[in-house]
Write a protein that binds this ligand. Structure first.
Ligand code: G3I
Length: 356
């Protein structure tokens, strides 16, 4: 009898995974939360995460959370130039295709990231020797080939990522050097020509602390609008930490929304050990609550935007163990709503209740 019950449970569990449902034990719902609610079911706009197709393929818990919780997927790295265009005449579609196929099977939006960035530049580009016409050809070929490959499957693109410094000037980059200051505009033109139905975003970080960067982005919006160059949305990355000033977050959202464009909180995470405190070995219950409050604040501030400008919120990675922060800064940190085992943290419950 016990064996039979175990087998039934196992079959239900596997079936649940295939259908993208959780097989966790039922837990008591916090007050005010609908039973079985997930981030994607509770959010009045797409709620997404940056994903790694390797984990999607090889980690069942990751895949289950990705399938159940999110309605929008951003490839964390695999559409960046270094991965997708590793040699002048070679495009490496397989990792990104895997993610796009998963999104199709599970009926999710794909947000492409990122056509042009000063990081993740492949060596063949760093070593490229050509005149300005050759550089222009390189840029156009890259954008056209990637956007055409995903035409109809990728809803929107971060066309240009992080072109401005915190001081509000164009970042000195390989692109600025070889293509001149109007390269940002041309990226949008090339992307639009390759897929006229795709929504095109300018994505950056630091809006919450840099009024100068906000001014620069507003000027970009005005400039492209005057020239009739399509730009549909702004990505505010929002890599926050426990010290991030909440007023700055609300101001950034409000001012960027005043452009009239769609607003994407595109890379949300909240670092809880920004100063790399060696005494901090684990996320304490008090810190977990503090983090939950800040996630709640962001979701509430986003809700204040006009509905037709709410493109969505995307968290940058799923579980704490996958976060770029640990490897990039080499420190202990717990920036996400799911822990190292993809269990829901207080931050998750706070987001869910703020959405509902
Ligand atoms: O894929 C290689 C692997 O083959 C190699 O063995 C390994 C050894 O270090 O490196 C792997 O590449 C790493 C890649 O992540 C995949 O894990 C790169 O070194 C590493 O630099 C890269 O970091 C990414 C970073 O962007 C730079 O591309 C982070 O995962 C990613 O989260 C981060 O994302 C950026 C956004 O695109 C833009 N906004 C800021 C955000 C955080 O930095």
């Amino acid at each position: 009898m016990a064996h039979a019950i175990q087998r039934i449970l196992l079959i239900c569990c596997l079936g649940g995974i295939l259908l993208g449902q959780s097989c966790q034990k039922n837990t008591v719902q916090p007050p005010g939360q609908a039973r079985g609610a997930t981030l994607q079911s509770a959010a009045p706009y797409p709620f997404g995460a940056a994903l790694d197709p390797g984990l999607l393929q090889n980690h069942a818990a990751y895949r289950r959370v990705a399938a159940t919780e999110f309605s929008s997927l951003t490839p964390e790295n695999v559409m960046k130039m270094r991965t997708i265009h590793p040699a002048a005449t070679l495009f490496n579609w397989a990792p990104a295709d895997l993610l796009v196929d998963f999104a199709r099977q599970t009926n999710k939006r794909v947000h492409g990231h990122a056509l042009l960035w000063h990081e993740s530049v492949p060596d063949w580009v760093k070593n490229f020797a050509g005149d300005s016409a050759a550089w222009e050809e390189l840029l156009q070929t890259h954008i056209r080939t990637v956007v055409e490959h995903y035409r109809g499957r990728v809803r929107a693109w971060d066309v240009v990522n992080e072109a401005f410094t915190d001081g509000g000037t164009l970042r000195p980059s390989i692109w600025l050097k070889h293509l001149g200051p109007d390269y940002v505009a041309r990226c949008f033109q090339y992307a639009h020509a390759a897929d006229p139905d795709a929504l095109l975003f300018y994505n950056d970080y630091g809006h919450e602390y840099s009024p100068r960067k906000r001014r620069a982005i507003e000027q970009l919006v005005i400039n492209l609008k005057q020239r009739n160059i399509p730009l549909h949305g702004l990505g505010l990355q929002m890599h926050l930490n426990r010290r991030s000033d909440t007023t700055g977050i609300a101001t950034a959202l409000r001012e960027m929304a005043a452009t009239g464009l769609s607003i994407h909180v595109s890379e949300l995470d909240i670092s809880m050990n920004p100063q790399n405190d060696p005494a901090l070995q684990n996320l304490t219950p008090a810190l977990a609550q503090e983090q939950a409050q800040k996630y709640r604040y962001v979701v509430r501030a986003y809700r204040a935007l006009p509905k037709n400008q709410q493109y969505g919120i995307t968290i940058w990675n799923v579980g704490d163990g996958d976060s770029w922060i640990r490897s990039y800064y080499r420190r202990r940190d717990w920036p996400l709503p799911f822990d190292d085992n993809y269990e829901k943290k207080p931050a998750y419950q706070a987001i869910l209740s703020a959405l509902q």
